[in-house]
Design a protein around this ligand. Structure first.
Ligand code: SIN
Length: 526
């Protein structure tokens, strides 16, 4: 017999926890989290949370910066919700106990990051996500109606008569079924699809995979943000060197010690992430040498106090953050696309909601503005909870933004060297920072073949943890590659060397996909 809960929340980052805080006031909530609850992209978020709370700021200004970074593809209504509700929910978070840095006067301290017109980023040193996670856990842990299952990996959503009614999950004791009135996917990102990533090991895109398998529409998956400044030392993890460092005056230097950014971008180190990432690669190619981040011109004591987590990670790799030049390079950081939702987190499958990085409201367009991701999780996590509290959590999306799916996977080969490392390598080389048709076509063909080998296991369930990882990175990587092939232009996080310009005439659209193997009910068609 399946167990039963009122609300099922899959994932324990900011979106899942914020939703839980409201859901627990109305019913029993079960949170399934596949590792330790703190092991999420939220826990690793350094720079901060952007909110129009500071002097001279307004939601209108925040919206303008968000839309400019999004490169012509932001959904305006989603941006308005983010910046306006963001003020209220951030205040509420502070009232709930989140401790952000303050000036000596006691006022909140606002940091600056790339593509923000002014200082807007609340931070807790360089471990802002950890502080927000702590505050939300404290809030949620107080509720007697919240239950958390750790090391519980959701492998399948249960769909009955076209409605999502629960999930199957695996833990050390086997496979379990749980049913719920509404199910929220809040599983975070998919950086592990790429060889180089700032994301933790858990970020294998599981939410997109399970949603795809049950027939939910996905969108914008070609838009992956490559953070320009991940630590780039052979053998060391690609630890994030926060954009807040550049906001506080860190310089990008070439091997000759020259600041090179303005050669490529007038805004220099504070251009948007897509532009800085591409400039770094161009400078590496021009000089044949690595690029470094340097805070040498700043007060060393202040640097170590402002960025203690990053300083410790650099020390472990043999560098003093305050006095050394630190080698950096781009790494996959954030996925703008995901499971398509409306402004209340409702997906195309009734009963199934999604919020946070796994979701695609269109709020980030083609490129997310720095520090808008924690805000997104907070705002849309709260809104998804509101939708789940309605008598029927089902709903149809208001706006059709998606083209119909292309062909099904080619079922023509054995596993052809399929390993997680092979997928990540292929994605990095063919679907990474710069893309072009021939290598995308080859990647799609390979990923189609690999998907054909993993799809039966995804369908049947019961995969081992290792096999699940492979199946998920193949599924998500394939969807990213297919969308990247279709988008014949350069925009935001998606750069095509064969189509180097933005093409508003043909591509000011959101590219979507839907699993043709899942029979769609009238309710789930749009
Ligand atoms: C950073 O601190 O650079 C990352 C924050 C973000 O992804 O917005």
């Amino acid at each position: 017999m399946p167990r039963r809960t009122d609300f099922l929340v899959i994932g324990s980052g900011i979106a899942g926890l914020r939703a839980t805080a409201d859901l627990a006031l109305a019913g029993d909530v079960l949170i399934l989290t596949k590792a330790d609850p703190t092991e999420s992209n939220t826990g690793y978020a350094q720079g901060g949370i952007a909110a129009a709370l500071g002097p001279g700021d307004s939601p209108r200004l925040h919206a303008a910066d968000t839309v400019a970074a999004g490169d012509g593809l932001c959904v305006a209504a989603a941006v308005n919700v983010l910046v306006e509700d963001g003020v209220r929910y951030t205040r509420e978070l502070i009232a709930a106990g989140a401790r952000f840095d303050r000036e000596p006067s006691g006022e909140l301290s606002f940091g600056r990051e790339g593509a923000h017109g002014l200082r807007r980023v609340l931070h807790a040193a360089d471990a802002t996500g950890r502080e927000i996670g702590r505050a939300l856990w404290n809030q949620v842990a107080e509720h007697a109606r919240v239950r958390v299952e750790r090391n519980a990996r959701v492998s399948r959503l249960l769909v009955r008569h076209g409605k999502c009614v629960g999930a199957a999950y695996e833990d050390d004791c086997g496979t379990h079924l749980v049913e719920a009135s509404a199910v929220l996917i809040a599983t975070g990102g998919a950086g592990q699809v790429f060889r180089e990533t700032t994301n933790p090991a858990v970020a294998t895109g599981d939410g997109v995979t399970i949603a795809w398998q049950c027939g939910a529409a996905v969108a914008d998956l070609e838009f992956v943000q490559f953070h320009p400044t991940a630590l780039s030392v052979p053998g060391a993890p690609r630890f994030l060197l926060s954009e807040a460092m550049r906001g506080e005056g860190a310089h990008l230097l070439n091997a000759a010690g020259e600041r090179f950014m303005t050669r490529y971008e007038p805004a220099g180190e504070l251009a948007s992430r897509d532009l800085v990432s591409r400039a770094i690669v161009r400078e590496q190619q021009r000089t044949g040498q690595p690029v470094c981040l340097s805070m040498q011109q700043l007060d060393p004591t202040w640097v170590r106090a402002r960025f203690p987590t990053i300083a410790a990670a650099c020390l472990a790799a043999g560098f003093d953050l305050a006095t050394d030049r630190i080698p950096v390079g781009p790494a996959a950081h954030y996925v703008m696309g995901g499971v398509e939702t409306d402004l209340w987190g409702r997906t195309s499958v009734p009963g199934l909601l999604a919020a946070g990085e796994v979701a695609c409201t269109g709020v980030h367009g083609a490129n997310r503005l720095a520090s808008n991701s924690l805000l997104e999780g907070l705002v849309f996590g709260a809104r998804a909870a509101q939708a789940m509290l309605l008598p029927s959590a089902s709903g149809r999306l208001a706006e059709t933004v998606v083209e119909a799916t292309a062909s099904a996977a080619a079922a023509d080969s054995g596993d052809g060297g399929l390993t997680e490392a092979a997928v990540r390598e292929l994605m990095w080389t063919a679907v990474g920072l710069t893309r072009e048709r021939a290598s995308l076509e080859a990647a799609v063909a390979q990923l189609d073949a690999w998907y054909a080998t993993v799809a039966p296991g995804l369908e049947a369930g019961g995969l081992s943890a290792a096999d699940w990882r492979v199946a998920s990175v193949v599924t998500v990587g394939r969807l990213m590659a297919r969308a990247a092939l279709r988008r014949e232009e350069t925009r935001g996080g998606h750069a095509r060397s064969d189509f180097p310009a933005r093409d508003d005439v043909n591509f000011q659209v959101h590219i979507g996909d839907r699993n043709p193997a899942v029979r769609q009910t009238p309710d789930t068609h749009r």
